[in-house]
Design a binder for this molecule. Structure first.
Ligand code: HGY
Ligand code: MN
Ligand code: MN
Length: 413
């Protein structure tokens, strides 16, 4: 590698300034962000990133599911190397989840522009709609549609808890773009992201070369029982939807411990109706998030949950309806890209290890249409989806330098 390239580094302080500027939009106590997909805060975050893309001289294109792409010259003639992630957050999000990967991509583009280095292929920096899936399900909605995994009309028709649809909200915030989803297929896709788990931080390793990503199963479960007086109703006469929800949450917790390995189960949302201290709940609506690296074991966990719900409904005189919100099988990333990330990290003298992603990412959808991979940097104490989410600046800078070098190598292939 020639001396110029060897000495090439991103501008860390400039990248940190952009991360702070974006984090100020939808800022919440503790240094995090609340920018739920397609809300006004999300629009303001999108507008800022799009303005940066235009300032960098990128050609900005928006597709019909609101994915935003910033291209360097020549992308129509030669398939670009693409990086990207998301700028929507969970309601109690940190400032790095998704945002870091998009801003590091812009930093890569600016570094090359400032040094006059023109890669062998055009570059593209993208952010995808509704990666988090907090407001609209499934998660990774924009990249799923881009990869052809969900029809645009179906995605536009998805509604949030208040009945607002994705299509109407895209129109309302001005991001119902005119490009057809999937209008560009990159030569390769690589996503830089915080690990959001405890491994790199605990092992003191700077870079994760991500080999695969675990399967995800999301369901919404509605239990219908009967409201009754909390004082006068004997236990034998109750049809207590709240009890079923609580018992299922405990069952899933115990199931994950019993299955062991990579199995995780989470009941993240429970709503009781009518939700008063002295009224036996008539209805409980709750979510079940099951994940495993092994598809057969994930199916086993789903079957155990279905069996448990059937039995407890019969025992309690309640009815139970489960609705699938998201279901993605485990994904293997491109081995060659994982090797390249590992080699690039070592080239910088950084510690690196292969690993699996516990979280879902847009890269798992891009893997359906092109060679894709991910680069992880440590999350302090593994905390994420929490305003306290933190990654040390040297780690953020190291990750962006690995992204720069990896994208150049992919362009040269
Ligand atoms: O749920 C996930 O893994 C991702 O944050 N959407
Ligand atoms: Mn993310
Ligand atoms: Mn997330």
């Amino acid at each position: 590698m020639d001396a110029t390239l060897g000495a090439l580094r991103i501008d860390g302080p400039r990248m940190m300034r952009r991360i702070a500027e974006l984090a100020a939009i939808g800022a919440i106590e503790g240094g995090g962000c609340a920018r739920l997909a397609l809300t006004d805060e999300d629009r303001r975050g999108r507008d800022l990133v799009r303005a940066w893309m235009l300032e960098l001289g990128l050609e900005v294109r928006v597709d019909a599911i609101g994915n935003v792409f910033g291209f360097t010259r020549g992308w129509r003639e030669t398939a670009p190397v693409m990086t990207g992630s998301h700028v929507d957050t969970v309601r109690t999000g940190g400032r790095y989840d998704g945002n870091y990967g998009v801003i590091a991509g812009l930093e890569v583009v600016q570094t090359l522009r400032d040094t006059g280095i023109v890669p062998a292929r055009p570059f593209c920096v993208a952010f995808f709609t509704n990666e988090e899936g907090s407001r609209f399900q499934p998660d990774m909605l924009g990249s799923l549609v881009h990869a052809g995994g969900l029809a645009l009309e179906e995605a536009h028709a998805v509604r949030d808890a208040r009945g607002a649809s994705v299509g109407d909200e895209l129109r309302r915030i001005g991001y119902l773009g005119d490009e057809r989803p999937g209008f560009v297929v990159p030569s390769a896709f690589v996503e830089l992201h915080i690990e959001q788990g405890p491994i790199l931080d605990a092992e003191g390793i700077a870079i994760g070369a991500v080999e695969d990503l675990q399967g995800i199963s999301w369901q919404e479960i509605v239990v219908t029982g009967q409201s009754n007086h909390a004082g006068t109703t004997p236990m034998r006469l109750r049809r207590d939807a709240g009890h079923v929800a609580a018992a299922t949450a405990s069952f899933l917790h115990d199931l994950a411990w019993e299955m062991g390995g990579a199995q995780v189960c989470t009941v993240g949302r429970i709503e009781l109706h009518p939700n008063y201290i002295n009224v036996i709940p008539a209805r409980a609506t709750f979510t079940a998030d099951l994940r495993n690296t092994d598809e057969a074991l994930l199916r086993q966990a789903e079957a155990r949950l279905a069996g448990f719900l059937e039995a407890i409904a019969a025992r309690t005189g309640t009815t139970v309806e489960a609705r699938r919100l998201a279901r993605f099988e485990p994904v293997a990333f491109d081995r060659g890209i994982a090797d390249l990330v590992e080699e690039t990290a070592r080239g910088f003298g950084l510690g690196v290890r292969r690993m699996t992603s516990g979280a879902g990412h847009d890269a798992q959808m891009m893997a359906r249409i092109c060679p894709s991979g991910m680069i992880f940097v440590p999350s302090v104490k593994g905390i994420s989806h929490n305003p306290a989410e933190h990654t040390e600046e040297p780690d953020l800078v190291a990750g962006a330098n690995v992204l720069l070098r990896t994208m150049l190598a992919l362009a040269a292939r």
